[in-house]
Design a protein around this ligand. Sequence first.
Ligand SMILES: [Zn+2]
Length: 278
Amino acid sequence: MSRLKFKLMRAGYCDAHEHHAIRGGRKKKIAFDAVFALIKHPQEGFILFDTGYTKRFYEETSHYPEKIYANFTKVYINPEEEAVQQLQKLGIAPTEIKHLIISHFHADHVGGLKDFPAATFYCSAEAYNQVKQKNGFAAVRKGLLKGLIPADFDERVYLIDQCKKINNPYFEVAYDLFGDGLIQLIGLNGHGAGQFGALLKTNEKDIFLVADACWLSRSYQQLILPHPIVRLFFESWQQYKENLDRLHKFHKDHPEVLIIPTHCNATSSKIISTQIAW
Ligand SMILES: [Zn+2]
């Protein structure tokens, strides 16, 4: 059976402290790349997993209370790095993106939603409910910039919870996106509300996009948590720890699967330049 084509790309980055990202990390600033993935399904066509940043971050954080987000997070994004522009360079028009999987609604993952007018958006009910319910400062506290959400989102969303539920021996919650086994959506709650990752069967290998279930590869490899200070803006520390544990076990049993956290440069820098014939 034909499998997926896959390309990892980067749309901007932000500063982070390594000793916050992982316990025992150095007390220095590191770049947190915001990666996203372009996937081609043999029947369903082009799919995006997240979008990374866009310049909209600056517009959306130019005033209070949203400015608080920018005060805490220094973001770097050039226009030519935005997902929509990188795709156009590959000859892919914005309207060719028919499906867009949203891991969670933090601004570094959804900056480009407005650039893909023909896409159906896939996210969990839990994530979506939080976006709908939080406004103003309460939204910013949760890492949400509501101005990044398209006005017609309601009509275009498909809740992951409505997909075909499947059993995954490692994770509590799993769905089969198109019912063909090529894309499993895996519940990775803890970091952001209703976060999901995607386990992909690509032509080369199996790839697991884990979003912010951990930040650095050493976390799932050696089971090392972030600094406890990050609890302040995590949705559930308990669920985060449980899912990191599951990820660690999964990796030990399946070292052949390439696990990609969104912000781990050591992982993404090796694969981001891979060229694909679409
Ligand atoms: Zn993130």
